[in-house]
Design a protein around this ligand. Structure first.
Ligand code: NDP
Length: 279
């Protein structure tokens, strides 16, 4: 990679950020497209995020991906936002305009839909009853994308019932606590894990046997790629969709927002990411 005085710069801000696969994906696309550009990780302390973003106004940096724990704050700092970011109450993309303003977007929902299109191509997502586990930013983004995609039977299952109810109210869904998961799974054609439960509390004891045999189970967590939930689903003969497909799917529109051209489709970013996850 040769950088020049004209190199376009974008990056990802998070705390921590060392685990992020975004630099790997974007720099592979930059190389494949032959761009004079670079995509870098920014490790930003939680109390410095607002100052960091404010300092980038004016376009010295073209744009940022935003990851945990900054997605809500990123939306609040922006001057304008895509409706889907407002509905998700979170932004994973900030674009710095030359006039000093900041535009926020949320491409996580697009990533989710792209993951289903790629790994469960026969699924009629719009016609399915969809159970979403979790009620944080990732779940809200999923619900917004699913509602926009035409899903009419949405069910939110969350440890804290009041958060499930708030999310359900916003998207015309039904709310359940974890003890109501069996009812939520009854007849659900799709289960999406948008919680960090298995990262923080260990494997979840979910009544997967209540899902129809045709159901598709998706887990947003991608390390490990085949999570305990996906392992159980596969053992039960259910089709699965992994979180890496979603991660790549959200990065595609972000790349275009930062660098003004489509991500080169033929670049083997999934293989690169899988190799990186194994190390
Ligand atoms: P939040 O912290 O906003 O939400 C976490 C959710 O998980 C809450 O609903 C919380 O429930 C629930 N939860 C946490 N611990 C437990 C537990 N022990 N038992 C049951 N429920 C629990 O996180 P995000 O919404 O931002 O992210 C959720 C996950 O999605 C993360 O793992 C993240 O990495 C992943 N993700 C993946 C993406 C991808 O591209 N593949 C994109 C975005 C996110 P409660 O309300 O009760 O606290």
């Amino acid at each position: 990679m040769t950088l020049t005085g004209r190199s376009r710069v974008a990056g990802v801000a998070g705390w921590p950020v060392a685990h992020s696969l975004s630099p790997l994906l974007h720099n592979a696309w930059i190389a494949a497209a032959g761009l004079d550009a670079v995509y870098v990780p920014f490790r930003v302390a939680p109390d410095r995020f607002a100052a960091f973003v404010t300092g980038l106004r004016g376009g010295g940096v073209a744009g940022l991906n935003v990851t945990l724990p900054f997605k809500g704050e990123a939306l609040a700092l922006a001057d304008s936002a895509a409706p889907r970011a407002r509905r998700a109450q979170a932004a994973n993309v900030l674009v710095f305009q030359p006039d000093g303003s900041i535009f926020a977007d949320n491409t996580d929902g697009q990533g989710l839909l792209a993951a289903f299109a790629e790994q469960a191509p026969g699924l009629d997502l719009a016609g399915a009853a969809v159970a979403v586990l979790g009620a944080g930013g990732a779940a809200l983004g999923a619900l917004a994308a699913l509602a926009d995609a035409g899903c009419r039977d949405l069910r939110v299952v969350n440890r804290t019932l009041s958060r499930a109810e708030a999310a359900a109210d916003a998207f015309g869904a039904r709310a359940y606590g974890l003890d109501g998961a069996a009812r939520a799974f009854d007849g659900a054609g799709v289960l999406i894990n948008a919680s960090s439960a298995e990262l923080t509390g260990g494997p979840l004891d979910l009544p997967l046997d209540r899902l129809p045999r045709s159901a598709v189970v998706m887990d947003m967590t991608y390390k490990p790629l085949i999570t305990p939930l996906l392992t159980r689903a596969q053992a039960q003969g259910l089709a699965t969709v992994d979180g890496l497909a979603m991660l790549i799917g959200q990065a595609v529109p972000a790349f275009e927002a930062f660098f003004g051209r489509p991500a080169p489709a033929e670049t083997p970013v999934r293989a690169l990411a899988l190799a990186s996850l194994e190390t």
